[in-house]
Design a protein around this ligand. Structure first.
Ligand code: UD1
Length: 358
């Protein structure tokens, strides 16, 4: 069974690592790895390949950064040639980035069975490119691998056939549980901040609110800010460098490799973020998380994890952070069913069974 796997951006690498390891154990599976090149900085891409000992991609499409439509279209054009040459039995896409949608559209048009890992997540916020990618990819997929019952119910509501939906758990937990074995001791004398969503970084007002909040919070606890290249560019463009520079306890650092990032979170007092991955990771690790957005596709982490939505108003963020720092807001966590480190095993078994049936 030839399985063509598409990755493009940082969160994809985290999700695909345990799957490739699983495939490696099975002589009947031939994986073909395609990197679209959506992320290209060493720290956003190659560092993760080294960290996870991922094989060198069979194809690197080198598309780089451009507008939403151009990036998606460029990936599709190049993928079509690869699909026609490789003739895979199935195409696998993960998450919700532009590479995910481009892979899904190209596979569907060539009538190649499509599997989507992390299907069914919904923020119901169509202003986010990721939401558009999620919905369209799901409606083109033949195998929808969901992280929870809640995601399955989202898909059923949209009329997707139940027989295509498989609750397999959260593949990022496979990666996280392995990493947990190598974690350091707890310190808890700092908070972590990460932002990169277009709605937060490219809108001057929102970016200012978030940085103002973080600067205020840094008067009470050190704030460590591993910065995404896009965020760094926008901070310079909007002239906000001074906002951070004047705060001695507000530390900007480079994007971190996976294990270092997980260690940083594990020993922190609280995390403030707009990342999807961090909402999941804080819930599994039991670290309070303030999500700097109005909506989230990780609804399950609000229901039973450590996550809380704050939006982007500086006042609200500071208030919620203070509650946590003063011990007034205790967030309990209950790790969702099937977030047990066995997701990649389940996915491989389902794909093999379907292949055997023909
Ligand atoms: C993308 C995903 C987002 C995911 C995030 C993880 C989409 C629509 N968004 O957002 O869901 O959470 O990756 O990081 O697919 N840039 C660099 N170097 C890089 C990559 C990006 O400098 O290696 C800069 C470029 O200026 C680029 C900008 O970041 O224009 C945006 O990059 P892009 O991949 O389009 O989106 P992300 O913000 O990274």
């Amino acid at each position: 069974m030839k399985l063509l796997i598409i990755v493009g951006a940082r969160p994809n690498f985290v999700k695909i690592a345990p799957l490739l390891e699983q495939f490696k154990k099975d002589k009947k599976i031939t994986p073909v790895l395609v990197h679209t090149g959506q992320h290209y900085d060493f720290l956003m891409s190659q560092a993760f390949f080294e960290d996870f000992k991922l094989p060198k991609p069979d194809y690197n499409l080198g598309v780089g950064s451009c507008s939403q439509a151009k990036q998606t279209a460029k990936i599709m054009l190049k993928l079509e040639t690869v699909f026609l040459k490789e003739k895979p039995d199935k195409v696998i896409v993960v998450g919700d980035v532009n590479s995910t949608l481009a892979g899904a559209l190209t596979a569907a048009k060539l009538d190649i069975p499509l599997a989507h890992i992390e299907a069914g997540m919904r923020s119901y916020d169509k202003t986010m490119p990721e939401e558009i990618n999620r919905v369209l990819t799901d409606h083109l997929s033949d195998f929808l691998f969901v992280t929870s019952e809640l995601d399955k119910s989202n898909l059923l509501r949209e009329g997707i056939e139940e027989k295509k939906i498989f609750i397999v758990g959260n593949i990022m937990t496979d990666t996280l549980l392995k990493a947990k074995l190598k974690m350091k001791s707890e310190e808890r004398d700092y908070a972590v901040l990460t932002i990169h969503r277009a709605g937060n970084t490219d809108k001057k007002g929102n970016l200012k609110e978030i940085l103002t909040a973080a600067a205020e919070i840094s008067k009470k606890i050190a704030v460590i800010f591993p910065i995404h290249p896009r965020t760094q560019k926008m901070i310079k463009k909007f002239g906000f460098v001074g906002l951070i520079k004047k705060c001695s306890n507000f530390k900007i650092i480079k994007p971190l490799p996976y294990l270092e990032m997980i260690n940083l979170i594990k020993s922190s007092k609280l995390v403030m973020t707009d990342s999807g991955g961090l909402q999941h990771e804080t819930t599994v690790l039991g670290i309070p998380c303030l999500t700097l957005r109005d909506k989230t596709e990780w609804m399950i982490t609000l229901k039973q994890g450590t996550n809380k939505l704050t939006g982007v108003s500086a006042n609200k963020i500071v208030k919620e952070a203070e509650k946590l720092l003063n011990g007034k807001s205790k967030l309990k966590t209950k790790i969702p069913k099937y977030w047990d480190g066995k997701t990649s095993e389940r996915i491989a078994a389902i794909l093999k069974k379907a292949h055997a049936r023909g």
